[in-house]
Design a binder for this molecule. Structure first.
Ligand SMILES: [Mg+2]
Length: 387
């Protein structure tokens, strides 16, 4: 079998997606003009999504997405010419060629482009062999994949937080993650609101649900240590990305200083990036994203690395398909659960024929060959090739 074409295309169609109720703190919030940003109040009437598709001379195709439009350009211009004529089943060879083709491809959009191609190639391999991808990776290690509810976009008004936190616990999620809205630029008043959020969530769900909190890199080490000192008794399962991803030593400092476990890694790439995090003893939980960190092939290597350090991997949930297949093929000790973004997933999977989502807090393993992503042409009124 040979690869005959690597295409990227954008699909679009009418949709009705409600706006987010709140946004999270971010790195730019140290500047007042960026801190003043609010979430758009209007619903989305149209959605667009970009996919990568790989054709072969035997008619088998691999599909993956949605992907970032920035990566589609890299896939078309740099990766596609190298893939033409190659054996799509030779996963190690293809990843290595894509990694070596560009000396700037170590991180960022270039590695995200490699990730997208790698995921599409795994879909292709599954379809070629008639098996779900987790079977090719050595799974299944379980029948269902536990998910935690990721609450990005929900209002942080205390009454609503309480209501939604209970709702999600009642839906069967045994863990849920909330996103802080305030950071060092918001002073003591903002810090108190952050601490109040943790108290509200813990009071709402009681002691038997895990609660996590994400800072989206919007804090600094001192701020994180001060907050953790106040919330440690409320037993958060983890504090996520308290500082920008490059501040590995700040992560290690926070981890040494606090009893609260530290999670990070959604903005880290490849086995070499995660080796640094592990060697610096900077994290208790690794959150590599298969859509970004180097694909399914690389996430499997990161899992092997993390397991040697006794550090669990809870993949970040940019999308859900690739992560579920990898998790379903790893020891539950290495990959205990997946992230499921409750508000974002309907839009991310809008153009798919099937909605892959948890029921009572866990996802039944997909049974279709490949990753199980198929486009629903009835929802698509425009399709444009990325060239
Ligand atoms: Mg996060």
């Amino acid at each position: 079998m040979k690869i005959t074409n690597v295409r990227c295309f954008q699909v679009a169609g009418p949709a009705e997606i409600p706006p987010n109720e709140e946004r999270q703190i971010g790195m730019l919030d140290i500047y007042p003009e960026f801190a003043a940003r609010s979430v758009p109040q209007t619903p989305t009437a149209r959605l667009e999504a970009v996919y990568v598709e790989i054709d072969t001379d035997e008619g088998v195709r691999g599909l993956f997405g949605p992907i970032f439009s920035e990566t589609a350009v890299i896939i078309r211009r740099r990766l596609a010419p190298l893939l033409l004529g190659q054996d799509p089943l030779a996963s190690e060879r293809l990843w290595d060629i894509l990694y070596r083709q560009d000396r700037h491809a170590r991180k960022g959009y270039a590695m995200m482009a490699i990730s997208a191609v790698d995921c599409a190639l795994w879909d292709l391999r599954g379809k070629a062999l008639g098996l779900p991808v987790y079977r090719l990776l050595g799974g299944p290690t379980r029948d269902r994949v536990d998910c935690y509810a990721s609450m990005l976009g929900y209002s942080l008004e205390p009454e609503l937080v309480c209501e939604r936190a209970r709702m999600v616990a009642d839906q069967g999620f045994r863990a849920q993650k909330w996103f802080f809205r305030y950071g060092p630029g918001d002073g003591i008043a903002g810090m108190e609101k952050n601490i109040a959020l943790v108290r509200t969530v813990r009071a709402a769900v009681g002691p038997s649900v895990e609660i996590m909190f994400d800072c989206w890199m919007g804090w600094d080490a001192t701020y994180a240590i001060r907050v953790l000192d106040r919330i440690a008794d409320l037993q958060p399962r983890w504090l996520e990305e308290p500082v920008p991803a490059d501040r590995i030593h700040d992560l290690a400092l926070i981890r040494r200083t606090s009893r609260v476990p530290i999670a990070a890694g959604e903005h880290e790439y490849t086995r070499w990036g995660f080796l640094q995090l592990l060697q610096a003893q900077a994290v208790d939980v690794i959150q590599a994203d298969p859509d970004w960190c180097g694909g399914i092939s690389e996430l499997v290597k990161i899992c092997a690395l993390a397991s040697a350090f006794g550090c669990p991997v809870v993949p970040h949930g940019h999308s859900i398909h690739a992560a579920v297949h990898v998790i379903a093929a790893q020891s539950p000790a290495t990959c205990p659960m997946a992230e499921f973004l409750l508000r974002a997933q309907p839009a991310k999977q809008y153009f798919h024929t099937e909605y892959l989502a948890p029921d009572r807090g866990s996802i039944a393993l997909p049974t279709r060959p490949g990753l199980g992503i198929e486009l629903d042409e009835r929802r698509i009124d425009t399709r444009v090739e990325v060239i």
